[in-house]
Design a protein. Structure first.
Ligand SMILES: Cc1cc2nc3c(=O)[nH]c(=O)nc-3n(C[C@H](O)[C@H](O)[C@H](O)COP(=O)(O)OP(=O)(O)OC[C@H]3O[C@@H](n4cnc5c(N)ncnc54)[C@H](O)[C@@H]3O)c2cc1C
Length: 452
């Protein structure tokens, strides 16, 4: 008889784990999924705004990574994968809009000229001179991005070119994100003996891609979520799990009403702070490591503006850190990025960076007001939206600090073989990395010897 599998957390990580367990264990296997939310999908959430399907959490995936295209194909959804229109984003810095520098690695330039106009002449001169300054790099080192790039190229490169990109991905700052997580290929080039940051970036920068860097799902991520739910055929129990306890055989999952649910083996696919509480009794080393992963909150305002609103032909705006005239950290001009939909202009503004507490006390009316002000500042647009939606993501963005890889090694090594973890705090924050980690988690349970 197949073991009783449980999956805790029904975001993309939990859903992929449940689906992989179903494929491996067969139609008769017992798979129970716990999630207290009003619907499954976690940070993959699609709403109808202005009559159009619009993602109000993740909206895209890195298309050159194989995981999401392969999953879509496996689920018969390959024809739902769409690419961007080719419109490029801008950077807002020093009260002006600038083109996004080309040929950079997460904003770290391979050529100083790429940042002309964005940083001052002294910074350009410092970058030109960088190869003449001796670089001390210890194999395996993992300084923060700000420490490395600030020291070699100067602070303006950090705040105006690197942080706008890191804020988009992690809602984080270069001071709290490690080089090895944010730009692993750069760390690799330095480990291999690059003699300067300039040389390392030149070695690591990927060749220009033909086609779209990002993919999305036509109809929104809801399409992928629904198909995973259908294929996983897990029993969804709509409660939160408080903790895992040892049982005579296997485990008990204790829910927030005190009810115990039996599991022989489980995937825990919840955010790191929740995991820390959940496994405190049964895997204290894992809990201690999970507790050390900081998280950021962010809020998203999605707007449908009337068709014909005069927005630029760009995919959006990434905001440099420290800008006083804007509150948003990023604006996506959704209809320009992915192509027109209906007779509306869809726009997303996201607010809140790690440690700034900007969104904590803000009500929906505040956020909508900030969105209106920022659109006026950026584009001179004062148009009333025809529809809007405010979505909050509390503690949803794990921060990949220096030494994150070692921390995750410690976290995983503290787990008994019949408990596996999946989630955005492990091997990468993006959807492709979540799919990969969930696949690994499910595979480890299938090969674990489950005592029954
Ligand atoms: C605003 C935003 C924009 C993003 N944009 C992109 C993007 O464009 N591209 C990209 O690749 N990535 C993006 N990301 C990152 C990516 O979406 C997430 O990292 C990923 O979806 C996380 O999936 P997850 O299943 O690990 O966690 P989550 O989606 O957070 O799911 C965790 C689930 O656990 C449940 N849960 C919590 N506590 C309990 C409990 N006690 N018991 C049971 N269940 C519980 C929650 O209800 C939730 O459903 C974005 C993230 C956010 C927040």
């Amino acid at each position: 008889m197949s073991p009783a599998y449980c999956v805790v957390g029904g975001g993309i990580s939990g859903l992929v784990a449940a689906y992989r367990l179903r494929v491996a264990a067969g139609p008769q296997a017992s798979i129970t999924l716990f999630d207290p939310a009003d619907r499954l999908g976690g940070a993959l959430r699609t709403e109808r705004i202005g009559g159009q399907a619009m993602d109000v959490g993740a909206e895209a995936f890195v298309a050159r990574r194989p995981e999401v295209p392969a999953l879509l194909a496996e689920l018969g959804l390959a024809n739902r994968q769409v690419g961007t229109t080719g419109a490029r984003p801008l950077i807002y810095s020093q009260d002006r809009l600038h083109p996004l520098p080309a040929g950079t690695l997460q904003g770290i330039p391979a050529q100083p000229s790429a940042l002309a106009g964005l940083v001052d002449d002294a910074t350009i001169a410092r970058m030109h001179d960088e190869r003449n300054r001796p670089l001390r790099w210890r194999h395996g080192a993992d300084p923060s991005v700000a420490e490395l790039v600030g020291d070699r190229f100067g602070d303006q490169v950090v705040t105006r070119s690197v942080e706008p990109l890191l804020a988009g991905v992690y809602a984080g700052s270069a001071a709290t994100i490690g080089v090895r997580s944010a730009v692993p290929t750069l760390a690799g080039a330095l480990d291999r003996g690059a003699r300067s940051l300039t040389d390392a970036v030149r070695e690591a920068v990927p060749p220009p891609v033909t086609g779209s860097v990002f993919g999305a799902v036509d109809g929104g991520y809801r399409v992928l979520v629904d198909e995973l739910i259908r294929r996983a055929r897990a029993q969804w129990v709509q409660v939160g799990i408080e903790r895992v306890a040892r049982a005579a055989a296997g485990w008990d999952l204790v829910d927030d009403e005190g009810t115990r649910h039996h599991a022989d083996a489980m995937v825990l696919a919840v955010p790191a702070p929740v995991l820390a509480r959940m496994v405190a009794d049964v895997a204290p080393r894992t809990a201690a490591a999970a507790r050390r992963i900081p998280v950021a909150s962010t809020a998203l305002v999605a707007l449908a503006l009337p068709g014909g609103t005069p927005l630029p032909q760009q995919s959006g705006v990434l905001v440099a850190s420290g800008e006083q005239r804007l509150r948003a950290k990023a604006v996506t001009l959704t209809s320009r990025k992915w192509g027109p939909r209906g007779n509306v202009e869809l726009v997303r503004l996201s607010f809140g960076r790690f440690g700034d507490n900007l969104t904590r006390g803000a009500g929906d009316e505040d956020l909508l007001g900030w969105a209106a002000e920022d659109l006026a500042t950026l584009f001179g647009v004062h148009t009333e939206p025809v529809d809007c939606h405010v979505q909050r993501w509390i503690d949803a963005m794990p921060q990949y600090g220096p030494g994150h890889g070692e921390l995750i090694g410690e976290l995983r090594s503290g787990l008994p073989p019949t408990i596996a973890v999946a989630g955005a705090f492990l091997d990468g924050i993006g959807v492709p990395a979540c799919v990969a980690a969930a696949t690994r988690a499910a595979a480890s349970l299938v090969t674990a010897r489950v005592a029954r």
